[in-house]
Design a protein around this ligand. Structure first.
Ligand code: CTP
Length: 398
């Protein structure tokens, strides 16, 4: 995919700049020709010598060399793709405002190629309204924002804002710029995360779902060209993916309602949320006091979203459900396939190590309406999402 592609890597002043070294290596190993442009501040974090040695090209940092002017238009026109990684808060703001006081910004403003950027900053900065507005401005200008990751930050705190790992940046570039857009023009509905069913104003019944599998599916569907509506339960994940419109809901009833409206236009619906099966019959309007020795909660069944969509789906719509089982896994999955009129049921068993809630990995078996059964080995949730979407695409076009 990258063979012979010209990539302009733009490095800004951020602790994450050290990852640019690995990024150059990964891209050149895949056959890309890489040139690097740096901001003056980036030189404090990573040496131009290292980057020029690895890219086998001189690194450009200055608008002026001695008394000569360097041609900033050249780099942006030379590249097939420009990747800003890491994108610091400062350079983000300058790019959003159209400032041009260094070579990197001049290259950005004169680039004629597609541009991707991998932000890197502390969580507070990442979530600040000014940063959010700057990110939106860049997206409006057509810049593809590579989602930030969650984890240890330069400040020593942990949270969102970490630059995507170099492998993930490469995967993003492959997905956005080189992948087959086999779902172009299609619309997809995805549910993800848990639901919270309120008992009183401070308590709820919830579950351990992180929303990661649904998010990976939404990203994969969008990466392959679909316009995605993601109905997301109360999950801590922050979603910032192009072509994914997020609708936050809390309860099973709200998720049901949101899906009913969106399913009408959907070609594909993937129900990856862990929806509560029961909800309190009454929600107390005041906090329940600890007065009685026993407290009885009356629960009533929630509406089954997957089943309701299965009842009204047309022959052109593909409906995918999940089955999370702890025993008699295969029978459970096959029962759900039939009872909910789904086209695909994805089984994960809580008995499999590294599968299910909270993990970054998954181990799935796919059961299809045709009787086909495909078992996959333990892999990342991103890879599981690819495997599931491959089956959807096959079903859609075969
Ligand atoms: N599901 C749903 N609406 C509900 C409950 C579940 O849409 N009210 C969907 C889930 O998103 C999932 C599938 O149904 O895609 C199966 O969920 P699961 O909890 O495994 O099964 P249940 O139908 O709840 O059956 P059981 O509790 O008997 O296993």
């Amino acid at each position: 995919m990258f063979q012979g592609k010209k990539i302009l890597l733009a490095v800004t002043g951020s602790i994450a700049a050290y990852k640019a070294i690995l990024l150059v290596r990964l891209l050149t190993a895949k056959g890309a020709e890489v040139k690097v442009v740096m901001t003056p501040a980036a030189k404090d974090f990573v040496s131009p010598l290292t980057l020029s040695t690895l890219s086998r090209n001189p690194v450009v940092t200055d608008l002026f060399l001695g008394d000569s002017w360097s041609n900033h238009v050249m780099l942006g026109r030379w590249a097939d793709i420009m990747v800003v990684a890491p994108l610091s808060c400062n350079t983000l703001a300058k790019m959003a405002a159209g400032l041009c006081d260094n070579m990197l910004l001049a290259s950005y403003l004169s680039a004629t190629c597609p541009i991707a950027a991998a932000p890197a900053m502390d969580e507070d900065m990442w979530l600040h309204p000014a940063t959010r507005a700057n990110i939106r401005r860049l997206q409006e200008a057509g810049v593809h924002i590579i989602p930030v990751e969650n984890g240890e930050l330069a400040s020593g705190l942990s949270g969102e804002g970490r630059m995507a790992e170099p492998e993930h940046i490469v995967a993003f570039l492959e997905n956005v710029f080189f992948s087959k857009k086999d779902l172009a023009g299609k619309k997809a509905l995805v549910t993800a995360g848990p639901t919270y069913e309120p008992i009183d104003p401070v308590r709820f019944i919830g579950n351990h779902s992180s929303g990661k599998m649904g998010l990976a599916l939404a990203a994969e569907l969008a990466g392959r060209g679909a316009a995605v509506q993601l109905v997301l339960g109360p999950s801590a994940i922050h979603v910032n993916i192009e072509d994914v419109e997020v609708h936050r809901v809390t309860t099973a009833a709200e998720m049901f309602q949101s899906c009913q409206e969106k399913f009408r236009d959907a070609d594909i619906a993937v129900m990856a949320a862990a929806v509560a099966d029961y909800t309190p019959a009454h929600t107390a309007s005041e906090k329940i006091k600890k007065t009685e020795e026993h407290l009885r909660l009356e629960l009533v069944k929630t509406k089954d979203i997957l089943k309701s969509l299965g009842e009204r789906k047309t022959k052109d719509q593909i409906l995918v459900g999940f089955a999370l089982e702890t025993q008699d896994e295969k029978q459970g999955a096959l029962r759900k396939l039939k009872a909910k009129n789904a086209d695909i049921i994805v089984l994960n068993s809580l008995r499999d190590e590294g599968a299910g809630f909270g993990f970054d990995t998954n181990k799935i078996t796919i059961f299809e309406k045709s009787g086909e059964e495909i078992a996959y080995g333990r892999t990342s949730k991103q890879q599981s999402a690819k495997d599931i979407v491959d089956r959807i695409v096959k079903m859609l076009y075969d």
